[in-house]
Ligand binder design. Sequence first.
Ligand code: GLA
Length: 383
Amino acid sequence: MDTTILRNRFREQFGTSGDLYFSPGRINLIGEHTDYNGGFVFPGAVDKGITIEIYRNGSRKVCLLALDQKENNYVEFSLDDTSKPEQHWACYIFGVCKELEKRGVSLGGFNAAITGDVPLGAGMSSSAALESVFAFALNTMFADSRVDKFELAKIGQATEHNYCGVKCGIMDQFASVFGREGCLIRLDCRSLEYEYFPFDPKGYKLVLINSLVKHSLGNEYNERRESCEKAVALMNEQFGQVETLRDANYQMLEAVKGSLTDEDYRRAKYVLDEKERVLAVCDALNEGDYELVGKKMYETHWGLSRDYTVSCPELDFLVEIASECGVTGSRIMGGGFGGCTINLVRDTIADLFISKAKREYARRFGIIPEIYHVVIGNGSRKL
Ligand code: GLA
């Protein structure tokens, strides 16, 4: 990303120059809504993300300029403030400061300018990129990088929980911090064991299609999590040792079905199904069987749409077009409620699919969806 504008604006605003840091957004091949259920996910960092320029200002003040915000793009708060700023975007940075301090880092004030090329609200984790870039930079500047990378990811997650109202799992922040070029990460969200998985499917591409339905996670996301927790509580009561849906199986779920609402039951069942799919995809990747990977992606989509109910007509439409075009795999990516579909497409039909998806979507919804070709990149770093 060209940082000339960022550098110029920083100098104009603050009269100095600072250091540059970057954290990426992410994709996720499969394993959706499994992270907070103790399951597996398959994310990778992308080459798009959030870049900041940052400099200590020797006071207790934090001065922030968000280049891409149309209004209210300048915010100041003090590190001693106890209530969060009014601007939602600034809460992420406020939260990261508080979470670092909770872990014993003594921060000083700083000036920072922020910009990005990861689309906002597209399900590519722009918010995790924002949390991670500040966690990484402040840890470098004020703690000699003493806080380890796992903790940096947890700081981002805790920021979402405690300052932004989203009870998310660890996937997005983990991918943003730990990303590695050319690799997906198979992450066990219970133990946090992870493995880099070189991903270079010869003859296929990963393409994202942004429905441009802005997704913002909040209550609806938290409600899905609560459904899972209700099912867990019942199964734990009856069988013991069920801490998350990771510990549950279909027999247990059937045994408590009568005490669950149909909605909660279907959501829990989706998670059990997804658990099996992730394992099947691991095997398929080992065998290079991308057709099977793709089949599982479609199954995930319809599970998310019909059972987990986090889709919308626009995303379903994009997946249907993919299927009509013979695309290998297609599904909602990320939390849902809008954002992108991720598509595993054979090279030979990629152009045809993309032009048909744009045309048909525009005809139906009156806007042209955006297309991103996925490049799997590195995680948080100083530039
Ligand atoms: C959002 C959350 C993640 C994860 C996904 C769904 O991106 O931030 O923790 O739950 O949704 O897989």
